[in-house]
Design a protein around this ligand. Structure first.
Ligand code: JFZ
Length: 424
């Protein structure tokens, strides 16, 4: 047609498949996942950035692999402990910035099977166990690599002694796509690929990560696999979820989350103590109350929480983390109905808390209120009933032109006092 000359064809825009759209809804319903940062860095026990921060030579760092023998690793125990928390998915670091592959890969010997005395494909064991226990598996995949000579240098990893800052992009890009192909072929259904490291080139605006082709590869191999990227920008074409780091959407206390909020499913990741990878001196764990309130805080903002744990070098999850998981699970057993499968409710988040909604049920989550009266700006909908979710005790309420006021029996003191409203 002649008009195709007048309107040059743009690069084909991304159309998510039916499977992908379904997977997005399931992701939204899941609300709670557990992030696992595990790699050679666990042995250094100072977090996953140690190679960069301490400017460790890449050939010296690689020698860690020869001593990596996480003798207590037991995928069944990990998955059971995580499932007990009520989490519906696990996101595992298949390869972090240090460049070490925590899975069996043909494309580099620098991996857990070929380079360690442990010789076990921990990802395979984890994937099989996730299948068995019925929990989804997501994979973190770093765009940064501080070990490979072909990885193009960004603003990090400059002190690791590699010879060539230019790297060899074609070689590195092919390597990554080969590994992604393995990850999406050899480990069963993967719920999401969680990219990280785009920001390494943020001082080099012309750098092209060639993401559209990589995203297309993922969607070709597993159409239901969600693509997310921790780039701290509004989502790029081809992405299926929007990621926030260390802050709830719309908040920016940690300084990594100033971006706008898109219509895609949202997820925010947060540490349980203060570090992603195992840090032996960090016992500063958030309390169970804080963790639950963070999860609720995410849910009322229509976002998932991806809560991190850094497994130990011996292969176990830190004891405090396992305790926190168990306690969150106890809470979720009671209150899960007000979280799973909900969406952000019609009353926007307020300093006292917020709302989740499912069908004609509006769940009012009161996290911090020094009052017995709570005004809710609900207009255009009628509240038929109000009761304490936990035991069904009725809650009195009054209506005026601007909304409804709940008249509670007491000033709320629970971690989360949930009032269930039935809307007309
Ligand atoms: C990234 C990773 O670097 C970190 O190790 C962890 O995996 C976390 C979930 O994601 O965090 C960042 C992201 C951006 C910057 C630093 C750390 N940055 O822009 O310098």
């Amino acid at each position: 047609m002649a008009c195709s000359l007048a309107f040059p064809v743009k690069a084909q825009s991304y159309q998510p498949t039916e499977e992908n759209l379904k997977s997005r809804q399931e992701f939204r319903d899941a609300k709670f996942g557990v992030f696992l940062h595990w790699g050679l860095y666990a042995m250094l026990a100072t977090g996953e950035w140690t190679m960069n921060n301490a400017k460790i030579n890449y050939k010296e760092y690689a020698k860690l692999a020869g001593g990596f023998y996480p003798s207590k690793f037991n995928a069944a125990e990990w998955v059971a402990a995580i499932k007990a928390s009520g989490a519906k998915y696990i996101c595992f670091t298949s390869r972090h910035h240090e460049g070490f592959s925590m899975f069996d890969t043909k494309y580099s010997d620098y991996n857990i099977v070929d380079a360690t005395p442990f010789k076990r494909d921990v990802l395979k064991e984890l994937a099989d166990e996730c299948q068995k226990q019925g929990i989804r598996l997501h994979l973190y995949y770093s765009h940064i690599d501080w070990y490979r000579e072909d990885a193009v240098w960004g603003r990090t990893g400059r002190g690791t002694g590699r010879p060539n800052p230019e790297g060899d992009w074609d070689s590195y890009y092919t390597f990554m796509n080969n590994q992604l192909t393995e990850l999406l072929t050899n480990y069963g259904p993967i719920g999401a690929i969680w990219f990280d490291g785009w920001w390494d080139q943020d001082q080099n605006p012309d750098f092209d990560w060639e993401l559209p082709e990589q995203y297309a590869l993922i969607h070709r191999l597993q159409p239901a696999c969600l693509v997310g990227n921790n780039h701290h920008q509004v989502p790029f074409e081809g992405e299926d979820i929007q990621i926030f780091e260390r802050d709830l959407p719309g908040e920016n206390k940690a300084g990594l989350s100033g971006q706008g909020i898109s219509a895609l499913p949202l997820e925010t990741c947060q540490t349980m103590n203060g570090m992603w990878g195992y840090k032996i001196t960090d016992q500063n764990y958030k309390s169970t109350k804080e963790l639950i309130q963070y999860l609720v805080g995410a849910a009322v903002k229509d976002a998932n929480l991806l809560m991190n744990i850094g497994p130990q070098p011996d292969g176990e999850l830190p004891e405090v983390a396992v305790q926190r998981l168990a306690e969150m699970g106890e809470w979720m057993k009671v209150y899960g109905e007000t979280i799973y499968g909900t969406r952000g409710g019609c009353v926007a988040p307020h300093p006292w808390g917020g709302t989740t909604q499912k069908g004609n049920k509006l769940y009012v989550h009161i996290l911090d209120l020094q009052d017995k009266a709570l005004f809710l700006p609900i207009v255009g909908k009628k509240v038929k009933k109000a009761r304490y979710f936990v035991d069904g005790t009725p809650v009195k309420f009054q209506k005026n032109n601007e909304g409804y006021t709940l008249l509670l029996n007491d000033v709320p003191t629970d971690i989360d006092t949930v009032i269930e409203l039935e809307l007309d």
